[in-house]
Design a protein around this ligand. Structure first.
Ligand code: FAD
Length: 551
């Protein structure tokens, strides 16, 4: 019998489900409905269209209704909102937005991929002209038109997540002075604060101003300008305001049809993306997913999971047993040439989930060997379980090749890999691409050294321990340039000769600039019977942590 599949939402999850359905079943009738004017558009490219990096709006259209029809035999109706579901009759009610006409469509299988809505808190002034969210092509068109009309010179971005930061970069690219207002005391919430710090500093160097740790209380308009008033009473003015404080899963249809939601408010689905109704599937930003690291449910509004879920729902509809594996939050953002990427759990996410049997290492390797021109330092943090070394998460920030390192670790996490797998990973190397010991190998080796007991680690969170001595093993000129207050300086090269000057009844907490000399010093000291520990990541990590409250 010919199957009829109706898909609500025709972008990341919906479109990949539709085309996969066709590839698996040439006879099915496939109808994709979207209330917007476009399907399959590049949401991820929207900030770059505002910033004039992408200048041709048409380039944002990955596929058109004509292409779906011609190539795939998929019927697409834009401007068509699904307003209700009748589960008993297996029908959806559709409103044609241009005419107001409503009609019903039957289905054998229904797929919900309605995405998420930008959060618009009910604050005074929230509906003023000149305040924009960034979800659709018409949104960006409106932003561009407003900027042109007002000859905009400044903007306030509310929200320091990845969309907020991408918008800040793109507005700055258009010559605007940008202030980012964020309620948390860090940007990029998926990262730990010390890893987010270099991101903020880099953006500040490019002229972006930050007002962190201050929630928005109201928006006002005066003298043809807009102002964001924060809870602390500060006032940030601009010619436009971008609201990027996050999204909420679009669950209206599912809720009104009585479909179960999960504990985080997304549509509840099983591993085949099926809702509790055997004829209804749901995918993308609207669903709740399982975090494979913490085991907890979460919302993860990212394009990769939406696409994979669309494919899995299609498989399930066509009788295949594909299963969604869950998510690990692998993500990347680029700002002013800086790459910011993460995968798995952050330290704060682990603590929130009640996980305590973990350790972390910091490292600051170069993207490729130092002797080849153009090497760029990256900052990495890797979290792993103690004692088995299972990798729990990684974060990296740097100007080159950060994505490769995080992608390798992301793959290792998906395979349940350990720190020892990273030590042994055989990765590409020629001078311009990496190093014989790649940053990924280094991360594994540092963590492996800890797990094998070769390198005890001191806790950055308790930097002035009772009865411990801070030992700086940098050269004297480096020590002069900067050191941790109270540290004793014995350069690594002199350490062996000066062992007699060190106390044996106190722990020695050793550091250098990035952690490598510290490691060598610790090996030397412990073999001579000293209770020595390394401060992983050295002074660079100390600088990033300074001023951040230990969690
Ligand atoms: P969407 O792609 O949002 O599609 C949902 C569609 O459903 C919409 O077109 C909507 O009109 C339609 N719809 C909703 N309700 C109805 C209804 N009742 N009837 C008919 N149609 C309906 N992710 C990344 O991984 N990397 C990035 O760099 C990245 N950048 C982004 C930048 C921006 C500015 C934005 C907004 C998102 C970005 N994302 C990024 C997130 C990514 O785009 C989403 O996770 C992904 O598009 C979700 O796919 P989806 O199918 O669930 O929903």
């Amino acid at each position: 019998m010919k199957k009829k599949i109706v898909i609500v939402g025709g972008v990341a999850g919906g479109a990949s489900c539709a085309t996969r359905c066709r590839r698996l079943n040439e006879t099915a009738e496939i109808l994709m409905l979207d209330r917007g004017p476009y399907v399959s558009f590049a949401n991820c490219g929207l900030p770059y269209y505002v910033g004039d990096v992408i200048t041709d709006e048409a380039k944002l259209l990955v596929a058109t209704p004509e292409l779906f029809r011609g190539r795939f035999g998929i019927e697409v109706r834009t401007g068509s909102e699904v307003v209700s579901l009748d589960r008993a009759a297996r029908e959806v009610e559709v409103r044609e937005l241009a005419t107001g006409r409503t009609y019903r469509e039957s289905y054998d299988a229904l797929v919900l991929s309605p995405g998420a809505n930008a959060i618009r808190p009910p604050l005074p002034g929230i509906d003023l002209p000149g305040i924009f969210v960034v979800r659709t092509i018409p949104d960006t068109r409106a932003i561009r038109a407003w900027m042109d009309e007002k000859q905009a010179k400044s903007a306030v971005v509310i929200g320091g997540g990845f969309i907020g930061l991408e918008m800040a970069e793109n507005l700055a690219h258009r010559g605007l002075a940008v202030t980012v207002v964020e309620m948390l005391d860090q940007v990029m919430p998926p990262l730990d604060p010390e890893m987010a710090r270099p991101v903020q500093e880099h953006m500040e160097k490019h002229g972006v101003t930050f007002a962190l740790g201050d929630g928005v209380a109201a928006m006002e308009s005066a003298d043809d300008r807009l102002a964001v008033i924060t809870k602390s009473g500060a006032r940030h003015t601009g010619d436009l305001i971008i609201l990027a404080i996050g999204v909420r899963p679009e669950t209206g249809l599912a809720k009104s049809a009585g479909l179960a939601l999960g504990e985080r408010g997304g549509i509840a689905v099983n591993a085949q993306m099926r809702t509790e109704d055997p004829n209804i599937w749901a995918v993308g930003d609207a669903v709740e997913v399982r975090d494979i690291v913490t085991g907890q449910n979460m919302l993860l509004p990212l394009a990769g999971p939406a696409n994979r879920q669309g494919r899995i729902a299609a498989d399930a509809i066509m009788g295949r047993d594909s299963q969604f594996r869950g998510v690990q939050g692998t993500a990347i953002c680029g700002v002013f040439g800086l790459e910011v990427a993460s995968t798995g759990a952050s330290e704060k996410a682990l603590r929130r989930a009640g996980v305590t049997d973990f350790e972390k290492v910091y490292l600051h390797p170069s993207n490729h060997v130092g002797y080849y021109p153009g090497g760029q330092m990256m900052h990495m943090k890797v979290l792993f379980r103690v004692p088995d070394g299972k990798i729990l998460g990684a974060q990296a920030v740097g100007e080159a090749d950060v994505d490769r390192r995080i992608d390798v670790i992301a793959t290792a996490i998906q395979f349940g890999g350990t720190i020892f797998d990273l030590e042994e990973a055989e990765l590409c190397y020629a001078p311009q691409f990496g190093a014989a010991k790649d940053p990924v190998n280094f991360a594994g080796m540092i963590a492996g050294n800890f797990l094998r007991g070769d390198q005890p680690l001191a806790d950055w969170g308790a930097l002035t321990p009772e009865g411990a001595v801070l030992l700086d093993v940098c050269d004297p000129d480096e020590f002069e340039e900067g050191h941790i207050a109270g540290a004793l300086n014995i350069p690594l090269n002199d350490l062996r000769a000066l062992l007699g000057e060190l106390p044996r009844d106190k722990e020695l907490w050793v550091y250098c600039q990035v952690g490598l000399r510290g490691y060598n010093a610790v090996r030397l000291l412990v073999q001579h019977g000293f209770p020595a520990k390394n401060l992983s990541g050295g002074l660079l990590t100390y600088d990033a942590l300074s001023g951040i409250q230990p969690s």
